[in-house]
Ligand binder design. Structure first.
Ligand code: E4P
Length: 287
């Protein structure tokens, strides 16, 4: 059962509804799920089909994603399910929006994931105007989070998430958890319309520290939520301290949140790399 002092929403990061079911059975609750092209490409039914040498047409893969998302949505009807648009370096905001509108109609509880890059931010700005809920993915810097804030200004709280990817920063020697702390601190100066969704979680310590920091949402892979559940859903104690080890600290920047989103330095090489990998994994499913 949900720990009484757990205020943060907990999501599963995955593309297999069987895992969703198992986590709900183990924890007794689940607040939502995030999916992405890589996770969908790892879905056991997609893998089975590929092993038989049977790739998907564009229409079939879109239908497959729709089917998976509908199943997950049925298991977490009160939660939020993040569905990601296909976006490579040449995908325009209009193309992202076209997919986003369609995906948003798949289930009643979707957040549409757009990359935190120029075209993705343009799409997000338009999406919130049209009443779509969005989750800005592949965020790696405080500036990018400021741009998400500015591009979606006017949206209702709950309709906009920003997903800083901490594990991928750790992978290159930077303390990803610092980014969560910095964005939460920066957003305290604003109107709180953007919720911080800690993503790319790799360990129970990431989970504990994100809980301690008061991240609005955390998405964690099956193995981490399972470990947490099997340990009895422990919460970080008041004296919990996160140790970044040898990871390089990411210093807080004093960023003014009142600028136009286009005035922030939104480029980050890990966003580009992330888009490339997501699109490669997606394209590998195609005939
Ligand atoms: C979040 O929405 C992403 O799907 C996810 O957390 C990415 O994690 P990874 O860096 O382990 O791929």
């Amino acid at each position: 059962m949900r720990p009484e002092n757990l205020k943060t929403k907990l999501f599963l990061d995955g593309g297999d509804p069987h895992e969703t079911k198992e986590i709900i059975d183990l924890l007794g609750f689940l607040d939502g799920q995030t999916t992405n092209p890589t996770l969908i490409s790892k879905n056991p039914n997609a893998r089975k089909r590929l092993e038989q040498g049977d790739k998907f047409s564009r229409e079939e893969i879109f239908n497959f994603y729709h089917f998976v998302v509908r199943e997950i949505s049925g298991l977490i009807p009160q939660g939020s399910i993040s569905v990601e648009v296909y976006a490579d370096a040449s995908t325009s905001a209009e193309q992202m929006m076209k997919q986003g509108r369609e995906m948003f109609s798949w289930i009643p509880n979707a957040h549409i994931k757009f990359p935190t890059a120029t075209e993705g931010l343009k799409a997000a700005q338009q999406a919130v105007k049209e009443g779509l809920r969005v989750n800005m993915t592949l965020c790696f810097s405080q500036e990018q989070a400021a741009a998400v804030y500015a591009a979606t200004l006017g949206a209702k709280r709950g309709n906009v998430y920003v997903s800083p990817f901490i594990g991928r920063l750790d992978d290159r020697g930077e303390n990803g958890m610092d980014l969560i702390a910095n964005i939460l601190c920066m957003y305290r100066k604003g109107n709180a319309h953007v919720e911080v969704l800690t993503a790319s979680v790799r360990s129970l310590d990431h989970l504990f520290y994100a809980l301690k920091l008061g991240s609005d949402i955390i998405t964690a892979p099956f193995a981490i939520l399972k470990e947490w559940g099997q340990k009895g859903l422990p919460m970080p104690r008041n004296d919990y301290v996160y140790h970044g080890g040898n990871l390089k600290a990411i210093p807080y920047k004093n960023i003014d949140l009142t600028k136009k989103w286009t005035d922030y330095d939104i480029h980050h090489e890990l966003t580009d790399k992330g888009m490339e990998k997501f699109s490669q994994d997606w394209n590998a499913l195609l005939k």
